[in-house]
Design a protein around this ligand. Sequence first.
Ligand SMILES: Cc1ncc(COP(=O)(O)O)c(C=O)c1O
Length: 394
Amino acid sequence: MNAGIFKKCFEFKRVEELKRLGFYPYFNRVESAQGPEVTIDGAKKIVVCSNNYLGLANHPKVIEASCEAARRYGTSGTGSRFLNGNIDLHEKVEKKFSAFVGKEASILFTTGHHSNLGALSSLVGKGEMFITDKLDHASIIDGCRLSFGEMARFRHNDMDDLERQLKRYEDKEKLIVVDGVFSMEGDIANLPEIAKLAKKYNAGVFVDDAHSLGVLGKTGKGTGEYFNLEDEVDVLMATASKSLASVGGFISSNKEVIEYIKNTARTLIFTASLPPACVGAIDMALDLIVQEPERREKLLKNSRKMLIEFKKLGFNTNNSETPIIPLTVGSDETAFKMWRMLFDEGVFASPVVSPAVPQGQAIIRTSYMATHTDEHLDFILEKFAKIGKKLGVI
Ligand SMILES: Cc1ncc(COP(=O)(O)O)c(C=O)c1O
């Protein structure tokens, strides 16, 4: 290990220092199933950092469907869907997903991250453009990087800046790419304006509904349904790792676009297919989203309560309108301290520090589930109030 290439690894001391101070908040070892409560180091914690929005990740029917798929198809697809790894259950779930979101066709990738990488790099080629929001998810940025196209970014949800970029690249083929719900901010893309501008400048619209599926819209179909603009979303991406209680990623669109992506996306062709147990879980979760709409209603009720109560306590909740509620706490150091104090008092949250957010605007990102009870929520509020005051955040 004397080669210079490894020097940076041996000089990388930031994590060691945080661990020594007891402020390293990552890679906690969960010893139980994912729910509103988990066990870490033998102690119970109330979770406010999960994407298990509808609480399906520990649902007996989802677990049984997952086990049944493993019993029938085995534990692995043993190869790419392109070659030997495609099972009928992948295609059944794609059809079910297309019917749910109202698109002609869908393709299921092995992760949500892979679906953005594969679809974006396949759709935008040399001489063509991505127009992306500055706060788009990292997987969108990675997808743009994998492509031979170019990327122009507009200020977060700033429609004047979006128009400036569209005008600037008027003579090029363009794809506007946005998160439906922004993963750190919890605010919603301005789809009505985006759709108008896309028409005006002849651009395609790609919406990443990772945090919107099962959450936004009358029936949980996502950002398009929320604004009653489903047809304005040309390409919809959704991950199975959040409301769908599994792992995997869908891209949905018309059948020509899906056929093209299916036969050109590197992250579909050159990786093994989603394992049967994960596909079985998605299959059941999609049924439960339809059969148990009360889950979404409870999720929204819980989220509304937390937004109102955090504001009453004096927290800055930014522009959140969804189950993702980021609380600005100030310096990175305050965020790490607050994370530790919350953790010690039984609340498992996520600190988000620079460079993910600007210096001095670190946040504690919280997110809610249908399965949080009022007792859980009151406990969380009590701890945030106590620690927020102690640290001078409120
Ligand atoms: C907005 C957004 N897009 C894509 C992804 C990637 O999805 P996955 O984690 O299922 O690979 C995430 C995950 O955090 C996300 O938040």
